[in-house]
Every structure is written in structure tokens, then in C-alpha cells.
Design a protein around this ligand. Structure first.
Ligand code: GLY
Ligand code: MN
Ligand code: MN
Length: 356
């Protein structure tokens, strides 16, 4: 879908609200509607062509990444919301939609605005939550690169490396395969570090007998992927195998339950019930998953109290995990596309655990 047709869909959705236009500030939303990745303000009149305001240092980039119909204006005085409001034509100031704003800015401008400001983030999420073909292809490639990085990382685990050394190989690999960079700081959490879902600050030497949780994501042409595997170094541990098996089965059951029309909270419940039956309910510390797109964490949330319904074209993670403080943790995560008849897994590295 073209950037202009995305803008058009938003404005159609907002038409009934009596808005004169929309002011979009979140870089992720600006990228979604224009193709430009950077900071700025996008002003969209209800009827008329959009204008993108950027600082001089981003002007060339903004001009070359946006369609010709979007006017790009260089703001010599800096990207200041007060300045933007001076530039907004009088007729657009009556009832304007906005996506995000710091409280201080809001207080500064609300006094200057003749009309009202209406939050429109939820209207934007309604569009972004379902991925179009172009977005799916980019996320598919991000997922392929991250799967390859995971395979490489697993091959390095037996080599007596520090966590940061594995991490740096992951980063090198994703860049060499054409990724823009990491979607988040990769997590390589070994031994007792693995019981903290996002790892510890202190690097460890990875040793025999360690559980190692590796969680990584790649950005490819502006779109993210997310994958986690849990490995075990050494001869088999009954305890770790039992936990890994329970997490893997919780994931399998949740993936089987994920279908068009299912509530996100019901997918969470399926995984939770299985982990509870194995005696691990209190160690399942987070939701089942989240949407993935321009941002690594997007709606829908697959949590206990989510009210979203899963629909075709959403891309989400499925990532049950259990964590035993001071001992070890196990998480398995894939990024999946919701299709009419179930899911397609977009990440594909082997499921983990045995590294004997
Ligand atoms: N790395 C964070 C997550 O998996 O959501
Ligand atoms: Mn992850
Ligand atoms: Mn995730």
C-alpha cells in the first residue's frame, strides 16, 4: 500500500470526528505514513496534501525518502512544537488530531490553540496493527536474518566465550546479512543471568552446565523481528529438560489456538493453563506475546486482560517463558503471521535446548 493511501485511510477514519487535520509526531508513525525515518512533524490537513517539517540536517534524507506529493519543509529554527503551531494555517487550528505529545508541550500549546486537540493514536494503531504485503515482506526478511543470527549464536556457545562476545557476533552477522541493525539490545543470558527475562548487566563467561537464553531481533528496512531460544550446555539436566518441554508445549498449544477471531487473552490463557498444570504458573512472568512491526513492541498485546481480537495480517510473537530466581530461566519465542487458516512461523531456527 502506498504511503499516500495510508494517509488517505487515516483521514477517512477521522472524517466523522470533525477534525480540521492531524499533527503526527511519533517517528514510527511518520515512517508509516511517509517512508521517512527520523524526527519531524507531519501535518495532514483533512482535505489537502501533507507537509513534513524536519530540521536542516534531515532535509535531504526526508526529501529523498518521501513521495513527491508530500511537501518537505526545512525548519531552520529547530523542531519546536511552538514554531510548528505558528506555521499551522489558522483554519487547521480549530480541531486538530495528534498522536503523541509531551505534557509540557501540551501545556504550552493548549493555551495558544483556538480549538481543541483530539488524540488519534488509537485510530493510527487500527491501521498499523494489520500489516500489508510490503510490510510482511520486510518483516519476513528481518525474521530470516534473525534466524540465521540465532543459528550462528548457538554454534558459538560451546567455545568458552563471554556473553558479550556472542552478542558482538550476533550484531556483526545481522549487519553483514543486510539488516539495518538490532531491533533491541540482544540478550545473551547465561547461567543464573537467564532467570532475569532481559538478562543481567554483568557479563559472564558461558560455561558447561549453563542454561543460555538468547533473545534477538533485527530491523530490516525499518521493520523488526523477534526470536528467543534457550540452550543447555552439557550432559542432560532432567530439571532443565522438563521445564523446556513444558514451555515448548505451552507455545505449541498457544500457536494452535491462535486463529482469526480468537481473543488475544484466550491465546495467553491457553499457554498459562498448560504452564499452571506443570506447576510453573507463578514463574510465567510476562505476557504470551506482542505485535511486531516498525516497533518491536506493538499492539496487540497477548496478555491476560487484553481485549483485542486476532485478525488476519497481524504479526505477533508467541513467547512463553518461566524463570526461577537465582537458578535459570527458559523462554522460546517466534514471530508469526496470522493467516486465514492459522499461523505461519516467520522465524525458523531449531527450537533450542540440547547442545551436547
Ligand atoms: N526482547 C523483548 C521481547 O522479546 O519482547
Ligand atoms: Mn524477544
Ligand atoms: Mn518479544
Amino acid at each position: 500500500m502506498s504511503y499516500l493511501s495510508r494517509i488517505k485511510r487515516l483521514m477517512e477514519a477521522l472524517r466523522g470526528d470533525g477534525l480540521s487535520g492531524a499533527l503526527i509526531r511519533s517517528p514510527a508513525n511518520i515512517f508509516y505514513f511517509t517512508g521517512y525515518r527520523g524526527s519531524g512533524f507531519l501535518l495532514v490537513p483533512m482535505d489537502g496534501l501533507p507537509t513534513l517539517y524536519v530540521s536542516p540536517l534531515n532535509f535531504e534524507l526526508a526529501e529523498e525518502s518521501t513521495p513527491g506529493e508530500i511537501q518537505v519543509i526545512k525548519l531552520e529554527q529547530g523542531l519546536n512544537i511552538l514554531r510548528i503551531f505558528e506555521l499551522i494555517p489558522e483554519n487547521l487550528r480549530t480541531r486538530i488530531g495528534f498522536d503523541s505529545m509531551e505534557a509540557e508541550d501540551y501545556l504550552k500549546i493548549s493555551g495558544q490553540l483556538a480549538g481543541s486537540m483530539i488524540p488519534i493514536s488509537q485510530n493510527i494503531w487500527k491501521l498499523r496493527i494489520v500489516k500489508d504485503e510490503l510490510e510482511i515482506e520486510k518483516i519476513r526478511r528481518a525474521c530470516e536474518i534473525s534466524s540465521r543470527c540465532m543459528e550462528l549464536a548457538s554454534e558459538l556457545l560451546g567455545e568458552g566465550l563471554m556473553e558479550y562476545e556472542v552478542k558482538s557476533e550476533i550484531l556483526r552477522e545481522m549487519l553483514s546479512l543486510g539488516g539495518d541493525g538490532p531491533a533491541f539490545d540482544p540478550i545473551v543470558a547465561s547461567g543464573p543471568n537467564s532467570s532475569k527475562p532481559h538478562g543481567a548487566y554483568k557479563n559472564r563467561m558461558i560455561e558447561m552446565g549453563d542454561v543460555v537464553v538468547i533473545d534477538l531481533g533485527v530491523v530490516y528496512e525499518g521493520y523488526c523481528s523477534d526470536i528467543t531460544r534457550t540452550f543447555y550446555l552439557g550432559s542432560r539436566s532432567e530439571e532443565v529438560s522438563r521445564v523446556h518441554q513444558a514451555v515448548s508445549e505451552a507455545k505449541r498449544r498457544a500457536e494452535e489456538a491462535i486463529k482469526v477471531g480468537v481473543k488475544a487473552s484466550d491465546a495467553y490463557r491457553v499457554a498459562h493453563e498448560h504452564l499452571a498444570s506443570a506447576g510453573y504458573a507463578e514463574y510465567f512472568l510476562h505476557g504470551l506475546g506482542h505485535g511486531v512491526g516498525i516497533e518491536i513492541h506493538e499492539p496487540p498485546k497477548l496478555f491476560k486482560d487484553s481485549d483485542e481480537i486476532l485478525v488476519e495480517g497481524m504479526i505477533i510473537t508467541v513467547e512463553p517463558g518461566v524463570y526461577f530466581p537465582g537458578k535459570f530461566g527458559v523462554r522460546i519465542e517466534d514471530t508469526v503471521l496470522i493467516k486465514r487458516d492459522g499461523i505461519e512461523r516467520l522465524t525458523s531456527a531449531p527450537q533450542g535446548l540440547a547442545l551436547d
